[in-house]
Design a protein around this ligand. Sequence first.
Ligand SMILES: Cc1ncc(COP(=O)(O)O)c(C=O)c1O
Ligand SMILES: [Zn+2]
Length: 394
Amino acid sequence: MPGYLTGFNCLSCPAEFPADYGGYVCGKCGSNLDALYDYRSASREFSVKALKENPVLDIWRYSALYPLKGLDTIPGLEMPLSPLYRAPFLEEKTGSSVVYLKDDTRQPSGSFKDRAGAVVMAAALEKGVKVTSCASTGNAGSSWACMGASCGVSVVVYIPESAPPAKTAQLKVYGARIVSVKGNYDEAYELCLEESRRRGYYIRSTGYNPLTREGKKSVSFEIWEQLGYRAPASVFVPAGDGNILSGVWKGFTDLVKLGLIDRPPLLYAVQSSGSDAICRMVRKAGAPGQAVEPVRVSSSTLADSISVDLPRDGKAAAAAVLESGGDALAIDDGEILESMRETASRSGIFTEPSGAASVAGFIRASSEQNVPSPAVCLLTGSGLKDTASVLKAL
Ligand SMILES: Cc1ncc(COP(=O)(O)O)c(C=O)c1O
Ligand SMILES: [Zn+2]
């Protein structure tokens, strides 16, 4: 099943680029790109009927809308649809009618990032790439190292030296070359770009490589199928760079373009109040269609995966929040840790603090506004990735 990629457009200027474009960002203005598809052709394979008849229950069932020429290069590790569980404890607590938890803690490397890693690695192999790099707070890198190990591709990962030990252990055991940066994620990000350009590495970094969003959007297709081919009314997404959020939006807007849903859900970006750049961008822009300006903060949060000064996909994420009619919420670390504890003890799903931010955001939003039901909270990383933060919550 081929993908129907037709090219890329710039998210800031009118420039468009062909499907075989060799760059990552807009060649005219340097902004992020978005992948374009031939939806009419894709709809022959991406329809309710075709999906119901397809016995393959993994992310590759959506490959008509991936930036791939075929499925010859996909990593061998299984990427099954992740579970969507009803969460009665959240329904009782908030008085909401229907709430679900989407459990992405059990992906091959233990985080949502594998959705991007699997698709981008398949695309990199189509290009014949041998050495690749990635800047990471921890999960994107460990996912990329995991995918690289499964495909025999060398991976170089740039991470802050403060990254939790479990994530560093993953990088080591998968055999990645680790560049441990004396600085934060943003400094690791800049160093990764600079060295990778100089050395000719293929760069996976979030919010730079436009294909990560294309992998992450599979979560929206899954939720739509798991709800009986219906979109939920609202989705809560932990946000650092904002790329998971822009991927969720891409997935639902793809479904609108295919005529499979009428409208996308309300999207809620959930951040730590110690790392709230996207919340500030949303407030500053104020309304859908208004220009979204970048905001840089000085981040400090226990939720290490969403600790970001300058969100690299912030523009697309903030625009998606506004266009969807949702909101951006900044939550204190104490509330995030309490949501992590409560989610684990009342649902059996152990997610890291960043993953539990969605639950904390849902609880907060439900106490302040009418959150349309059914709602879905994304649990984006395993709790075993950062046990030191867990122990602080107990
Ligand atoms: C567990 C987890 N949740 C949420 C995020 C935030 O994703 P994004 O940076 O795309 O907003 C990350 C990113 O590393 C993550 O690892
Ligand atoms: Zn541009």
